[in-house]
Write a new protein. Structure first.
Length: 246
């Protein structure tokens, strides 16, 4: 019997991984069980966060691909030395315009693992932590495409978006001190970090951007804590700054 087009060319192990991911005891089911009973009312210091960033060939989750992934763990609201970084060889090559942004060339990606190889290692690194990212919805759209291709379903993981947290913080500043209609604030990661006097890292490197985002996350959480942000539920209520990705 001829294999379906969707599975043709995949190894038996890859096909089994996809099928196992659909079952009640597979990796995707285990991933979802980790978050099924998440208690949102514990102090933020009780949670482990993984701050993540991806570099891409473009901004379309349908046609573009991941070329690098960087992540760093935050425990007890402190950045740890526990980090993850991998280049990822895309199937369709790297457009010159994207190389101009992240400086990742085709030569650098020769011998790099495919996303199918990198994704299980990333999932292991994430464990049962919560995700943090700057405009995290974009990263999740690419990771969920990978999850569908590799595990046969979408991830279900709570995410905190530092861009939304920054908007909440800036709104508080405007209401208390400034013209609330001031539109001059840039919500780019580098611009926010410079504005808040945070340590500066090279931009458009996935690991460095994850580190930059981690500093921004801790700055914003500590600023917002003075206004009563103490638990994960408080973060959610502060402006729907995190959400479930189903």
């Amino acid at each position: 019997m001829t294999a379906p087009a969707a599975t043709r060319g995949r190894s038996l192990g890859e096909r089994l991984l996809r099928l196992v991911g659909l079952g009640a005891s597979g990796p995707l089911a285990e991933h979802r069980r980790r978050y099924a009973g998440l208690d949102q009312d514990r102090p933020l210091t009780d949670y482990t966060f993984t701050v993540l960033d991806t570099e891409l060939t473009g901004l379309s989750p349908r046609t573009d691909e991941i070329v690098s992934i960087g992540a760093v763990k935050v425990r007890d609201l402190s950045i740890t030395a526990d980090s993850f970084y991998s280049l990822v060889a895309p199937r369709g090559g790297v457009p010159k315009v994207s190389t101009m942004v992240h400086r990742i060339t085709p030569e650098m990606l020769r011998g790099a693992p495919r996303l199918r190889q990198t994704f299980p290692r990333l999932m292991e690194f994430l464990g049962d932590s919560l995700l943090v990212g700057h405009n995290i919805g974009l990263d999740m759209s690419f990771l969920n495409r990978a999850a569908r291709d590799i595990l046969g379903g979408r991830l279900r993981i709570p995410c905190v978006d530092t861009m939304r947290l920054a908007q909440v913080y800036e709104r508080e500043c405007w209401e208390n001190y400034y013209d609330q209609f001031d539109s001059r604030v840039s919500y780019q990661l580098g611009d926010l970090s410079a504005s808040y006097g945070l340590p500066a890292f090279d931009q458009h490197n996935a690991l460095y951007d994850a580190m930059q985002t981690a500093y921004l996350f801790l700055f914003l959480v500590k600023k917002l804590k003075s206004g009563g942000i103490e638990t994960l539920r408080d973060v959610y209520l502060a402006g729907r700054s995190w959400r479930w990705y189903l």
